[in-house]
Design a protein around this ligand. Structure first.
Ligand SMILES: Cc1cc2nc3c(=O)[nH]c(=O)nc-3n(C[C@H](O)[C@H](O)[C@H](O)COP(=O)(O)OP(=O)(O)OC[C@H]3O[C@@H](n4cnc5c(N)ncnc54)[C@H](O)[C@@H]3O)c2cc1C
Length: 364
């Protein structure tokens, strides 16, 4: 039985602690509880929810597809292979932490400060404490101290701002994705009853882009902004294993680079961890085998966002309106499903400049 120190009580930390339940696990979380502040739109695939629902009944809404909205306001309604679910992250994080505490010792208000060799310094309720470990898991989010302490490469980071407000959605069971309204990414509205989580992810200045978006959709917003959250999204998987130290979740860049969604990869990584621990090389290889190609292709889609201009988005969305069947085999967690339809898509894009952009990113 190995002594494992898990840093971070978010979904990656709690699911890692659950995965390592046959070992002696100590999980430290710097806050009083998990899930605060909530920095998540809560949109995950049904498949991902299927893995989480055994721990938490946190579903708020069911989603059957998305409206892809062009800068001109034209939109197309697309339904892919996968359905989605909107969840309550506060409830999920709380329930996962509670489940993890059945198997692991959990210290809240306890911050990992640094480590030397196999000894970590923890500030526990304001008091310096030292903990010995055989393995150290950095599940401490995008600005991971564990990663910095052990010299792990860091991913690129995007900024995100999200509000919750009363919202007249185009449809109660469809997400709205707004393109061309942020720097290098997109904006979204995720509906929950009469409300929505409206957010923007961007390379810079997301608040400014969010204000523009809120102005644009102001006729569908009523009442006060209920919650405003600022967050960060890591882009690009980094090397996440170094001897007996490893990273899981945002700390490792385990996030879909084309949507910013992290929960699916966390469930995937921790399922693999449960099967492979303590063989960390196998843990790493199996995760990269399963998901590496998806992340690589997802990175191409992410790079495309910076290449496309308003005219391109308008044209592509108009094109999709005449070819909605193209979306039917696409899976929200598996962007390589796009490869199947790419040849037919390329055939119908009769704009040399746009085609060049698509091919320069997607076909390399
Ligand atoms: C605006 C926004 C919207 C998003 N929407 C979605 C979505 O719709 N779907 C989706 O799948 N994903 C979404 N994501 C991404 C998702 O929220 C993250 O991928 C996920 O929270 C990562 O989980 P994690 O456990 O790795 O990190 P976190 O959730 O960040 O948890 C890390 C934990 O570590 C603790 N911690 C940090 N440092 C220390 C330390 N030194 N010592 C002890 N504890 C520490 C923190 O307090 C925190 O509790 C979104 C992100 C943002 C910013």
């Amino acid at each position: 039985m190995a002594k494992v120190l898990v840093v971070g009580g978010g979904p990656a930390g709690s699911l890692s602690a659950i995965a390592l339940k046959d070992h002696e696990v100590l999980m430290v979380e710097e806050h009083q509880s998990a899930g605060f502040p909530m920095q998540c739109a809560g949109l995950i695939s049904e498949e991902c929810y299927g893995r989480l629902k055994r721990y938490s009944d946190c579903k708020l809404n069911e989603i059957r597809g998305a409206f892809f909205i062009a800068p001109s306001g034209k939109f197309v309604e697309l339904e892919g292979k996968s359905k989605a679910v909107v969840i309550d992250r506060k409830i999920l994080d709380r329930d996962l932490l509670e489940k993890a505490s059945e198997f692991a010792e959990v210290w809240v208000k306890s911050k990992f400060m640094k480590a030397h060799g196999r000894r970590a310094e923890i500030m526990k309720m304001g008091e310096r404490t030292f903990v010995e470990f055989d393995y150290l898991v950095g599940a401490d989010g995008v600005y991971s101290r564990v990663a910095r302490c052990f010299g792990f490469e860091r991913p690129e980071v995007l900024s995100a701002v999200q509000v919750e407000c009363r919202y007249e959605a185009l449809s109660d069971d469809m997400v709205e994705l707004f393109f061309g309204c942020s720097d290098g990414f997109f904006a979204y509205a995720v509906p929950i009853d009469e409300y929505a989580r409206v957010g923007v992810v961007s390379k810079s200045n997301p608040l400014c882009y969010l204000k523009n978006l809120l102005r644009r959709i102001s006729d569908r917003i009523s009442g006060k902004i209920l919650e405003l959250n600022v967050g960060a999204i890591p882009i690009g998987l980094v090397e996440f294993v170094k001897e007996k130290v490893f990273l899981v979740g945002d700390s490792a860049g385990m996030v879909k680079p084309y949507t910013g969604g992290g929960l699916f990869y966390i469930t995937e990584a921790t399922e693999i961890l449960a099967k492979t621990f303590p063989n960390l090389e196998e843990f790493r290889n199996r995760f990269v085998e399963d998901i590496g190609r998806e992340i690589e292709f997802g990175m191409k889609i992410y790079r495309l966002y910076s290449k496309l201009d308003d005219e391109d988005y308008d044209f592509l969305i108009e094109l999709a309106r005449d070819n909605v069947e193209i979306a039917k085999d696409l899976h929200m967690d598996r962007p390589t499903t796009l490869l199947k339809v790419l040849p037919s898509l390329i055939k119908i894009v009769r704009r040399p400049k746009l085609l060049k952009k698509l091919l320069s990113v997607l076909a390399t």
